[in-house]
Write a protein that binds this ligand. Structure first.
Ligand SMILES: *[C@@H]1O[C@H](CO)[C@@H](O)[C@H](O)[C@H]1NC(C)=O
Ligand SMILES: *[C@@H]1O[C@H](CO)[C@@H](O)[C@H](O)[C@H]1NC(C)=O
Ligand SMILES: *[C@@H]1O[C@H](CO)[C@@H](O)[C@H](O)[C@H]1NC(C)=O
Ligand SMILES: *[C@@H]1O[C@H](CO)[C@@H](O)[C@H](O)[C@H]1NC(C)=O
Length: 221
């Protein structure tokens, strides 16, 4: 406002001295335009920043929401019998289970997990443990890890269910894998997420084939 007054006053006072003032005026005009441009730029960049932040927030919300809805699935569904020998009288058992632990990540966010164990239970008793090394499952990808689990015969023979189930020809097992890890967004933002998976596996002793039923649960933060 002050600069405008200064410019107008000399013009009114003397029309003859207008020429040198004009030149000075023309040299003063560009800074005004620059200032307006500056304000415009600041406002538009502010709006752009807000839009970008809103987009990021929306994306993060949906990525996390979907992460919970479409959970990372850890399945030991392809459980196989790698080695099996048993006798009923006396009760002996030698069982090596093989399993392709599949980690499926259907999300738009990656998942980093720590070292864990896949544990096999026989009627609630720990009968086999196999370590699962730490790793990363990228966004929208699958990962398969082969594990061989030597079932503890001592533990299983100690169970009152074994003899009967060997005769029946079916061994029911439960697997449990609890992954502790982080959801990774844009390779930088990390959220704590735990995936707990358990499968009910039935081993058919005659065919040495298995059938399983798995479920996963995700806990964020
Ligand atoms: C499979 O069982 C047989 C007989 O008990 C044994 O000789 C063999 O070493 C076992 N193989 C594996 C890989 O455990
Ligand atoms: C896996 O199981 C072994 C043997 O029970 C144990 O020593 C180890 O701490 C477990 N690892 C994890 C990550 O829980
Ligand atoms: C099997 O289980 C028994 C007790 O139930 C334990 O003493 C033994 O160390 C276990 N064996 C293996 C190889 O883990
Ligand atoms: C599997 O692990 C989870 C978490 O550690 C636990 O809450 C659940 O009871 C376990 N299931 C079995 C059958 O041990």
């Amino acid at each position: 406002m002050q600069t405008e007054e200064k410019l107008e006053d000399p013009l009114k006072q003397d029309p003859e001295t207008a020429e040198p003032l004009y030149t000075s005026a023309t040299t003063e005009e560009p800074p005004k335009k620059k200032r307006k441009k500056c304000i415009c730029l600041k406002i538009s960049s502010c709006i752009l920043l807000i839009i970008i932040l809103l987009l990021i927030a929306t994306f993060m919300f949906f990525a996390l929401y979907l992460f919970k809805k479409r959970a990372v699935k850890v399945t030991a569904s392809s459980a196989t019998v790698e080695n099996l020998s048993f006798t009923i009288i006396p009760v002996t058992l030698d069982l090596v289970m093989g399993t392709d632990v599949a980690i499926k990540n259907p999300n738009y966010a990656g998942y980093e997990y720590e070292n864990t164990n896949t544990t096999f239970y026989y009627h609630g008793i720990v009968a086999g443990i196999s370590p699962l090394p730490a790793g990363v499952v990228k966004a929208r990808s699958n990962k398969k890890i082969h594990l061989s689990i030597y079932m503890n015969a001592t533990t299983m023979i100690g169970s009152p269910f074994l003899a009967g189930e060997l005769i029946a020809g079916q061994l029911p097992l439960t697997t449990n894998t609890s992954l502790t890890g982080k959801v990774v967004l844009f390779s930088t933002i990390r959220f704590h997420a735990t995936v707990v998976n358990s499968c009910d596996v039935i081993v058919n002793l005659q065919t040495q084939k298995t059938s399983s039923n798995c479920k996963s649960d995700v806990k964020l933060f």
